[in-house]
Design a protein around this ligand. Sequence first.
Ligand SMILES: [Zn+2]
Length: 73
Amino acid sequence: MNKEPRFEGNIFHHPCSVESCGREGCIGEGVNLLKGRLGQWYCAPHYKELERKRTNEKRIVTPPPQERQGRLL
Ligand SMILES: [Zn+2]
C-alpha cells in the first residue's frame, strides 16, 4: 500500500503514515502544498498516540531531578 501523500488528478490522497493502518489521515504535519511539501499524515487515533509518545519522550529527555532525601520523622 502506498503511504506517500500524493495527488491523483485533482484529488489529494494522504493516508495515515502508520504501516498497519488503512485509514485516511486527517491530521497532517509539515504540510506546505505551496512549497510542494506533502508532509506526513495520521488518522485521529494514531495522531493522538504519536502525541502521547512525544510527551513521554520529552519526559525521558528531561527527567525530573531525583534527590535521595528521606524523612526520618
Ligand atoms: Zn492510522
